[in-house]
Write a protein that binds this ligand. Sequence first.
Ligand code: GLN
Length: 309
Amino acid sequence: MVQDDAVVDQSLLERIHDEVRPLIGTGRVADYIPALAAVNARGFGLAVASADGEVFGVGDYRVPFSVQSLSKVFAFGLALSLETGRIWDRVGHEPSNHAFNSLLQLERDRGVPRNPFVNAGALVTVDQLLSRTGDAVGALRAFVRAEAANPDIDVDKAVATSERDNCHRNAALAHLIASYGNLDNDIDAVLDHYVAQCALAMSCRDLALAGRFLVRHGVRAGGGRLLSAADTKRLNATMFVCGMYDGVGEFAYRVGLPAKSGVGGGIVAVVPGRYVICVWSPGLDASGNSVAGVAALEALSAATGWSAF
Ligand code: GLN
C-alpha cells in the first residue's frame, strides 16, 4: 500500500462533508422492507478511527443505522479466527460481477459461493459460525460491542423480523447451497442468524472502531489477536476485490482502498496500518453502494493520497 503521511483532523472531515452535500439525499433508499424504506434519506455521517482508537467524525456519525452487509466483514473475520484456512474450501475469494443476491453463479459453482461478501457467501459464514459457537449473531454482537467499547449495540428487531418475513431469495440461496452439501445447520437457523446480523444497528463511530483489527494486522482493540497478519491481508484483499458488489471496479478507479458496503447506506473502508473510515448515507446507486458515501471516500482519498495506487 502506498499513501502519503496525511493526517486526519476535524476540519478535513468538515471540508469533505461540504463537498458532498449536494449528493446527500440523491440515489435510491433500499425499500425491499418497510423498516429500511423509513430511514431519513438525508442522513450523512463520516467517522475516521486511527489504529489506536482516536476518532474524528462529522454529521450523523453517532447515529446508529442498519449495518446490513457490513456485518459480513466482521462475521467472516470471526469465522476465519475460529477455523483458519478451512473456510476457504467452502467459499471463494473472486469478485462476482453479479448482484449481491444473485443465484446464477451458485449453481455453476456447485454451491460454493464466489466470495464471503455476497449473500450466498455470508450464509455459509453464518453456518460456520453457528457450528463453532452455537450462537452466530450472539458471538458477532459480543465481538463488535467489545471492539467499539459500546455495550448498547444490538439487533434492531423490527428490521430483523421484516427481513425474515421477506427473505425468499436468501432462503433460495440457502437451499441451493444445502443441495450441494455446503450447509451443515438447519436452514431456518442459518436464515434467522443471517437476518439478525444484517439488522445490527451501529453508528459510523462504532463501525470505524470495530474495524480496527483490519488495520492492526489482526490485533484486536484490547490487544489480543483475532487473526494472523496473513489472514488479515487475505481479508483486506477479499474486501478490495469483492466488497463493493458489481461496482468494485468503479470503486477501485475512484478510491482504491479495501472497502465493504451495505444496502443500509454504510461503507467501511480501510487504510492499511493507519485508519478505518466509515461513511453512511442511505441513497444508493444501481450497484447498491451509497452515492454520497462513495463520493466522500473519493474526496478523502484525493485530499490525503490514501489509495493502493
Ligand atoms: N439484508 C440484505 C440482504 O440479505 C443485505 C444485503 C446488502 O446489504 N447488500 O439482501
